[in-house]
Design a protein around this ligand. Structure first.
Ligand SMILES: [Zn+2]
Ligand SMILES: [Zn+2]
Length: 346
């Protein structure tokens, strides 16, 4: 089968590899129908993300079940499903508590399309077929009225944004929300969730020179502000909920400093450094809760699906372009906030 393979920054190749097979009764084989480009895929192709090719590429997927093992009961051939990007079993201690980012039954950090994270190749989404273990737990049905393109990223960038805002809105009487981003899709999902949940004020601040993402945030109804250099700014004001999705250490500290008394700050940036200085005194005095972790993709997915199904959340508004699978290699470095690839082979 065809598999998009990451070789090195700027270089993707279509490889011909053996198609996956059912290995256990609990497995399923899924044909990806839509694959969203994760913000990390973009970073990787431009040279500021993962390294260590070759590995199968793409991991935000919705598709169609084409084969199931004889123990699978919750899905059948022909069902449209969302495939969580992290692999989890659903039955170990951690999965039962909703910590599907730390499943004990699989290699630590097991994910599709990002072999360097876990050291094991589980295949990628920009392929003709994907192997899905623990299918009864892993696969989440796609609602009938929702296109696969809308929820392909449901367990990853969309859930990653949702969890920075949605769980905390009820803590505050008139919640104000600050999102610091760098022009990628995940920031705009967070803006959208805040607006949809009735935030009294939403400010999207962007590090850099302005982007398509900034225009989208404005269009959705957020205030916007350009931050040429976060180190120069003391504060962006005071907010109940702050989100750092910038990938910039100074911007992360700016998000913390802009968090008001008893506020909640979440950083979904990935800093490859364990020696990050933190404004601890300010956090202690104001009583700030700070969150950082890999997203609980599978555990959050049903809530995301529900929000989309009932029309509270429109991830498709963040998608700038839909591109055929066949053109995925050429389009991967498009600076647009979000791209979704659609299967043109079926
Ligand atoms: Zn991702
Ligand atoms: Zn597990």
């Amino acid at each position: 089968m065809r598999q998009l393979t990451f070789i090195e920054p700027g270089k993707l190749e279509w490889w011909d590899v053996p198609a996956p097979k059912i290995a256990a009764g609990t497995d399923a084989i899924v044909r990806p129908l839509a694959v969203a480009r994760c913000d990390l895929d973009y970073s990787t192709i431009i040279g500021s993300g993962l390294q260590g090719g070759p590995f199968a590429f793409g991991h935000e997927t919705a598709g169609e079940v084409v084969e199931v093992g004889d123990l699978v009961t919750s899905v059948k051939v022909g069902d449209k499903v969302i495939v969580p990007f992290q692999i989890s079993c659903g039955t170990c201690d951690n999965c039962r508590q909703g910590w599907t980012n730390s499943c004990k039954s699989v290699t630590r950090g097991a994910v599709y399309g990002m072999k360097p994270i876990c050291g094991e190749e589980f295949g990628g989404a920009l392929s003709e077929f994907m192997h899905v273990p623990f299918a009864d737990h892993m696969l989440v049905p796609l609602p009938e009225n929702v296109r696969p393109e809308v929820l392909a990223g449901g367990s990853d960038n969309i859930a990653d944004a949702w969890r920075t805002v949605a769980p905390y809105m009820d803590r505050y009487e008139y919640a104000s929300v600050l999102v610091i981003g760098s022009g990628r899709g995940v920031s705009i999902y967070a803006v959208q969730v805040a607006l949809a949940r009735g935030a009294s004020r939403v400010l999207y601040a962007e590090i850099g020179k302005g982007s398509e993402a900034m225009r989208l945030a404005q269009e959705m109804g957020a205030e916007t502000q350009l931050v040429p250099s976060p180190a120069d700014l003391k504060s962006l004001g005071s907010f109940n909920i702050t989100v750092d999705s910038s990938g910039d250490l100074e911007a992360m500290k700016l998000a913390v400093r802009s968090t008001g008394a008893n506020g909640t700050c979440t950083s979904i940036s990935v800093f490859f450094d364990n020696a990050v200085p933190f404004p601890m005194m300010s956090m202690y005095t104001k009583g700030i809760s700070f969150h950082t972790s890999r997203v609980q993709g599978r555990a959050l997915l049903p809530q995301i699906v529900e929000d989309v199904k009932c029309g509270h959340f429109h991830p498709e508004k963040v998608t700038s372009r839909e591109v055929a699978f066949s053109d995925a290699a050429e389009a991967m470095d498009d600076p647009a906030p979000k791209i979704v690839f659609t299967n043109d082979w079926v």
